[in-house]
Design a protein around this ligand. Structure first.
Ligand code: ATR
Length: 273
C-alpha cells in the first residue's frame, strides 16, 4: 500500500467515499496558497495501525481520522494535545520535526465555532445533548470550557452516566432525567446519535422545547437528516445540520499543520449547494 505515495495529507476512515474532507482541504489550499496533496483512504477495519505507520513512513505529514477509528487513533499517537487527552479521542495527526506523531481533537472546537457562527450558543446557556458515544466525547470539553451547562440524554442510561463521570471535573454536566421534564427549557438541543438510526417519532419530550430553542445535528447529508425532519415537524424556528462543524474542524486541523486558520464562511456555502 502507498507504493510511490504521491500525497502527504489524507483522511482515513471506513467507509470514506462520502468524505468531504479532500474537497474542503483543496479549497483551503487555494484560499491560503499553501499547496498540499490530500486524499481519502479507506482503511480495512483491522488494519488501522499498519496503514497509518506505512503512511507516515512513506512521507505522510498529517492526517484526519474519522469513524470508526478515533479511539484507535488516540492510542496510536506519541503525544497528545490537552483537548485530545481529555476527550480520549483523536481526529488529527501531525508529524512533528523530531518525527513523533502528535494527536489532536478538533471536533469540539469545530462544533463550538459553528454554534457561535449560527448564534446558537451563549456562555452559561443550557444544552441537552442526545447521545453518549464517541462523537460526544470529542466535543464536551470545549463546550464545558465555554461555560455552558450540559445534560446528556441517551438510550442507554449507564453510558450517559459514564460520560458524566468522565467529564464532571471540567464543568457543569449532568444526566438528563425525567424530573427535568416539566421544569426546564433548553436553549440548545444537539443530536449526536449515529447517523444511521431508524426514523424516530420524537428525539426529546416537547415539554423541554421553547420557541427560542435552537437545534443542531452533528450529522450532515445532502438531504435532511432524520433529526432535521423532526425539527421541521415540530415547528422549530432555529436548526442546522453539521456541515459547518465539519468545515471548522477541518480548519482547525489545517491550523495545527500550518499555523494558518483558513476563512470558512464561503466554503460552508459552497458545500451546502
Ligand atoms: P459515534 O462515534 O458516532 O458517537 P457510537 O459511539 O456508536 O457512535 O455512539 C452512537 C450513539 O448513538 C450512542 O449514544 C447510542 O446510544 P447507546 O449508548 O444506547 O448505544 C446512540 N444510538 C444508536 N442508535 C440509536 C437509536 N436507534 N436510538 C437512540 N440512540 C441511538
Amino acid at each position: 500500500m502507498f507504493k510511490n505515495q504521491s500525497f502527504n495529507y489524507a483522511v482515513f476512515g471506513n467507509p470514506i467515499d462520502h468524505s468531504k474532507s479532500p474537497k474542503i482541504h483543496s479549497l483551503f489550499a487555494k484560499k491560503t496558497g499553501i499547496v498540499h496533496t490530500y486524499k481519502s483512504v479507506n482503511v480495512p477495519l483491522d488494519k488501522f495501525n499498519i496503514v497509518l505507520k506505512n503512511f507516515f513512513k512513506q512521507g505522510g505529514q498529517g492526517a484526519n481520522i474519522t469513524a470508526p477509528f478515533k479511539q484507535e487513533a488516540y492510542l496510536f499517537c506519541d503525544k497528545l494535545t490537552e483537548r485530545a487527552k481529555i476527550a480520549k479521542s483523536v481526529n488529527t495527526f501531525k508529524k512533528m520535526d523530531d518525527q513523533y506523531i502528535l494527536g489532536d481533537n478538533t471536533d469540539g472546537i469545530g462544533l463550538l465555532s459553528d454554534l457561535i457562527r449560527l448564534n446558537f450558543i451563549k456562555k452559561k446557556c443550557s444544552i441537552l445533548i442526545i447521545g453518549a458515544g464517541g462523537a460526544v466525547k470529542g466535543v464536551l470539553f470545549p463546550l464545558l470550557s465555554f461555560g455552558c451547562s450540559i445534560f446528556i440524554s441517551n438510550r442507554t442510561f449507564s453510558n450517559a452516566k459514564k460520560l458524566v463521570s468522565q467529564f464532571h471535573e471540567y464543568g457543569d454536566i449532568n444526566v438528563f432525567d425525567k424530573n427535568l421534564l416539566n421544569i426546564k427549557y433548553f436553549d440548545l438541543i444537539i443530536n449526536a446519535t449515529s447517523k444511521f438510526i431508524e426514523k424516530k417519532d420524537d428525539f426529546v419530550p416537547l415539554s423541554v422545547v421553547s420557541s427560542k430553542t435552537c437545534f443542531y445535528d452533528m450529522n450532515y447529508q445532502i438531504d435532511n437528516t432524520i433529526f432535521i425532519n423532526w425539527c421541521i415537524k415540530i415547528g422549530a424556528n432555529f436548526f442546522s445540520n453539521g456541515i459547518g462543524m465539519l468545515v471548522f474542524q477541518a480548519a482547525h486541523s489545517f491550523f495545527l499543520w500550518y499555523n494558518v486558520l483558513p476563512k470558512t464562511g464561503d466554503i460552508i456555502d459552497i458545500l451546502k449547494k
